[in-house]
Ligand binder design. Structure first.
Ligand code: TRP
Length: 464
């Protein structure tokens, strides 16, 4: 259904499907196919998945609804939104902190996107070399060797990251976000279908059931408090919440968009894609004797093995990594847009200059993550190399803190029965979703802030 964008002078999403697709385009990314499986593998499987889903329902989703509401009420970027709702208070700092989160996330995300690009090339070469290709094997030692060769090479690690960054920068500078939106809308369904294909192959391998058990049969005795924090961090990361991306997106929502329903749909689709990725990867992990706790390399050593064991595998593998790159691009654009928009609107620099400055800064910070398995392998802070530090600090500290303050802000600014907020969530009473809005308000004012605070402090070992 085509409809006019809301009558504001700012850019806006034009259709309901556009709203859904754009938000989904930010949420679905490497978080689903790379981060979810590797964290699930490291943290013992099903029990972790369940905590992650609970955190999504009680923390990620309510924060997403809050961010969309704040954005649409103010129709402003993440810092100005707070300024408009609470003038002369320091709440806008929540928006500023989001920029820091964006840099931390992009530092490692761009490197993983670079690995995906490298794997497009590698699987493309395998496609031409047939069974002689380096990735045409289901031997764990061989596929790990291919990955280790890439990350231990400092020059290639930097090149692939820069290619990813320049690609994202070019898209943002060109301002073709419309094109990206249209592209994501078409390609996400293909990624979904391809994941289904990989799932079917993976589930029909000998010994696949062990993997399903790992993913779906919980053993809560193995769950540590740091794993609970990691699961909550993943819930933030997955839905792109806790740093202002979704405030910005909400500010483009048309007046008739149903904020709570849209957020629920995005959340369901996003969880589904992650579970599909898990079902594609874990049966193969067990069938081929891989290590589920392999860490960030998990995707890159198991996926080639699954494809190598199926007809036309090399072809599907190229396709899989291309679609992963597309999903990663949509997510990265939504991350990089945050600092670019701020530089552009606050310092008055042109979009091109703002983008170039942001990308150069990202390359500088990100290179420490890119080199963390080679040149900087021995450089550690808080017992972690730079890649792991950026990964850990963003998801497990910055995003939860952002989410905590956003939920406090909702409580402080609107309280429980605030008409303004209820009007935004019910489209001035035209939507029949009163109970949903009430449930949301109860969760965001009570459950979310308390849960985030306890899990954060406990996970960081501050209660011990
Ligand atoms: N959600 C994306 C993913 O899963 C990553 C992402 C994009 C993100 N924008 C974000 C994470 C903003 C946190 C905040 O790949």
């Amino acid at each position: 259904m085509e409809r006019k964008a809301s009558p504001t002078q700012r850019d806006a999403f034009a259709t309901r499907l556009g709203v859904l697709a754009a938000t989904l385009g930010s949420a679905v990314g490497l978080g689903n196919i790379w981060k979810f499986p590797y964290l699930t593998g490291e943290n013992g499987g099903a029990a972790f998945v369940i905590v992650y889903i609970v955190a999504t329902l009680f923390v990620g989703l309510p924060v997403m609804i809050s961010e969309h509401a704040i954005g649409r009420m103010t129709r402003a970027n993440a810092t100005d939104a707070f300024r408009k709702l609470a003038p002369k208070t320091p709440w806008w700092l929540v928006g500023v902190a989001g920029v820091l989160s964006a840099f931390f996330i992009m530092a490692f995300y761009s490197e993983v996107a670079g690995w995906v690009l490298a794997y497009i090339a590698k699987s493309g070469i395998s496609l031409f070399q047939g069974s002689a290709g380096a990735l045409a094997t289901s031997d764990p030692l061989a596929t790990s060797a291919v990955f280790n060769e890439l990350v231990s090479d400092p020059l290639w690690s930097l090149i692939v990251q820069w290619v990813a960054l320049i690609g994202v920068g070019a898209i943002i500078a060109a301002g073709v976000s419309k094109g990206i939106e249209r592209m994501t809308k078409r390609l996400l369904p293909i990624l979904f279908v391809l994941l289904l294909v990989v799932c079917i192959r993976s589930l029909t391998l000998d010994g696949a059931s062990e993997g399903l058990k790992f993913l779906f049969k919980p053993d809560f005795s193995q769950l540590t408090s740091s794993a609970v924090l990691v699961a909550m961090g993943l819930a933030f990361f997955k839905l792109s919440v806790g740093m202002g991306t979704m405030i910005t997106y909400g500010s483009y929502y048309p007046d008739d968009a149903n904020i709570p329903h849209n957020a629920i749909r995005v959340m369901l689709a996003d969880v589904l894609v992650s579970l599909l990725a898990g079902m594609a990867i874990f049966p193969a992990v067990f069938a081929f004797g891989f290590e589920p706790a392999a860490g960030p390399s998990l995707l890159f050593i198991t996926i080639p093995a699954v494809f190598s064991s199926m007809p036309f595998g090399s072809f599907f593998m190229v396709l899989f990594f291309i679609l992963s790159a597309v999903a990663a691009t949509g997510a990265m654009v939504s991350l990089v847009e945050v600092p670019v928009a701020l530089l552009h609107e606050k310092l008055g620099w042109s979009r091109i200059v703002s983008t170039v400055v942001t990308v150069v800064l990202l390359a500088a910070i990100g290179s420490t993550a890119a080199l963390s398995s080679s040149t900087l392998a021995n450089f550690q802070l808080f017992g972690k190399n730079m890649f792991d530090l950026f990964d850990f600090a963003s998801s497990n500290i910055l995003l939860p803190l952002g989410g905590f303050f956003i939920s406090l802000f909702i409580t402080w600014r609107f309280g429980f029965g605030n008409k303004e907020l209820v009007a935004t969530l019910t489209n001035n009473g035209t939507l029949k979703n009163t109970w949903l809005v009430k449930t949301f308000l109860a969760i965001i004012t009570v459950v979310t802030p308390i849960a985030v605070l306890i899990i954060l402090l406990d996970g960081l070992g501050l209660f011990a």
